[in-house]
Ligand binder design. Structure first.
Ligand SMILES: Cc1ncc(COP(=O)(O)O)c(C=O)c1O
Length: 373
C-alpha cells in the first residue's frame, strides 16, 4: 500500500486524492464533547463507525470516554486487535458464526452488544457458554427510527431473558434515533427526541413494573445529543460524526447549547484539467461518498459548487463571484458524509498546523476499513 505522504512532509507535498485529518480541529472537537458530557454528568461512548481507527478511539478514551461503540463484529475485532479494549457493538448480531467471534473476543476485552429478539439472546447465550466469557447486553428499543429495536412494552420480557443467562449482564436500554439526526431544524430534532424520551420512559416503566433495574440508557448522535443529555433519561451519549463534522451535519441548524464542532476531515484534491467555464479535480466518488450529497469546497475556492464527474473526477463550475482554480491547484473538499468516505481510504494523513502551512505529523491506519461483517 502506497502512502500519499511521509511524516514531516509539508501539506503541499501530500499526493492527491488523500484523506486528510486536521489534527488540531480533531482534538478540539474531541475535547469539546468530552467537556460537554462531563459538565452534564453523562457518560460518553463515541461511535467508532465514523473514524474506524484505533488512534482516534484512544484519543477519545484519553479525553474521558468510557469506551467506543462499533456496529459490526469485524469492526470490534479490528479495533481490539489494535489495542482498544472497551467496545460496544451497538447493533444486533444473530448469525451464530459472528456470535462465536464476538464471544471469543469477549475473553480478552470488555464487550457489550445490543439485542432485540429472543433468538438473538439464545444464540448469544450459546456462544458465550462455549467461550466461557461474559458480556454486557443492552435491549434495543425503537425510539422512532423504524429500524432495529422492540416496542417499549416488550423490553421487560427480553431483559428478563438476558438476566436469566449466567454469561450476560443486563446493561440497560439502547435507544438511538438515527432519523432525527439530520432533521434540519433544531426544533424538529427537539420534538423527535422528546417523543423518543417518552418511548424510553415507557420501556423503563415496563422494566420497573417487572422488578428489573435499568442501569443505563445509551444512544444519541451529533444532531441531537444536547436533547438526550438534558432529558434526564439518557445516561450515555454515542455521538460519532462530531469528530469530523461532515458537510451534511454542517447543513443542520446548530443545536442550542452545543459546542461548535469544526470540520476536521478533508479530501485533498488537485485540478487535473481546465476548461473555460469549469475545472476538473482528481477526486470523484472513489474518494468520497455521495449518499448524503456532494462534498463542499473548502479553503481558497470555497463557494464553488462540486458536481460528480464519475469515479475519479469532480467538476467545479465557475459561479457568480467565484474564480476557478488553475491547473495543478489544490482543492480541499469537506465530504458530504464522513463514515462511508473514511471507508474508501486505507489511511489518514494527519496534519498539524492547518491546511495552508501544516506538516504531516502522522499516518494513521484505518484498521476497521471494509469491516462489513
Ligand atoms: C447506534 C448508533 N449510535 C450512534 C451513532 C452516531 O451518530 P452520529 O454519527 O450521527 O453522531 C450512530 C450512527 O449511525 C448509530 O447508528
Amino acid at each position: 500500500m502506497r502512502a500519499p505522504a511521509r511524516v514531516g512532509d509539508p501539506v503541499h507535498a501530500i499526493d492527491t486524492p488523500a484523506l486528510v485529518v486536521d489534527a488540531d480541529a480533531l482534538e478540539r472537537n474531541i475535547a469539546a464533547l468530552a467537556a460537554f458530557a462531563r459538565a452534564r454528568g453523562v457518560a460518553l461512548r463515541p461511535h467508532a463507525k465514523t473514524h474506524k481507527s484505533a488512534r482516534s478511539a484512544q484519543l477519545q478514551i484519553e479525553a474521558g470516554a468510557v469506551g467506543v461503540c462499533v456496529q459490526k463484529v469485524s469492526e470490534a475485532q479490528a479495533l481490539a486487535a489494535a489495542g482498544v479494549s472497551q467496545l460496544y457493538v451497538s447493533n444486533e448480531v444473530v448469525d451464530p458464526a459472528k456470535l462465536d467471534r464476538l464471544a471469543d473476543l469477549a475473553r480478552g476485552a470488555r464487550l457489550a452488544v445490543a439485542v432485540d429478539s429472543p433468538v438473538g439472546v439464545e444464540r448469544l447465550g450459546r456462544a458465550l457458554a462455549r467461550s466461557g466469557a461474559s458480556m454486557d447486553v443492552f435491549v434495543e428499543v425503537d425510539v422512532g427510527h423504524g429500524r432495529c429495536g422492540l416496542p417499549p412494552g416488550s423490553a421487560a420480557a427480553l431483559a428478563r431473558h438476558v438476566s436469566g443467562d449466567p454469561h450476560m449482564r443486563f446493561a440497560g436500554l439502547q435507544a438511538y434515533h438515527g432519523r432525527a439526526q439530520h432533521l434540519r431544524s433544531a426544533g424538529e430534532r427537539e420534538v423527535a427526541i422528546r417523543h423518543a424520551a417518552s418511548i424510553v420512559r415507557a420501556a423503563q416503566a415496563a422494566l420497573s413494573g417487572a422488578g428489573i433495574a435499568c442501569p443505563l440508557v445509551t444512544g444519541a448522535g451529533t444532531g441531537t445529543f444536547t436533547h438526550e443529555a438534558a432529558s434526564g433519561v439518557w445516561g450515555e451519549l454515542q455521538c460519532g460524526s462530531y469528530v469530523f463534522m461532515d458537510r451534511d451535519y454542517a447543513d443542520n441548524e446548530p443545536l442550542p447549547q452545543a459546542p461548535r464542532f469544526e470540520h476536521a476531515l478533508f479530501v485533498k484534491s488537485q485540478v487535473m484539467s481546465r476548461g473555460t467555464s469549469h475545472a476538473v479535480i482528481d477526486a470523484g466518488h472513489k474518494s468520497h461518498a455521495l449518499d448524503s450529497g456532494p462534498p463542499s469546497v473548502w479553503g481558497a475556492f470555497a463557494g464553488l459548487e462540486f458536481a460528480n464527474g464519475g469515479d475519479e473526477h469532480g467538476i467545479l463550475r465557475a459561479g457568480a463571484g467565484h474564480g476557478l482554480p488553475a491547473l495543478g491547484d489544490t482543492v480541499w473538499l469537506v465530504p458530504g458524509h464522513c463514515d462511508p468516505t473514511v471507508n474508501l481510504h486505507d489511511m489518514y494523513v494527519v496534519v498539524r498546523g492547518g491546511l495552508e502551512r501544516g506538516v504531516v505529523e502522522e499516518l494513521w491506519p484505518i484498521e476497521a476499513r471494509g469491516c462489513l461483517g
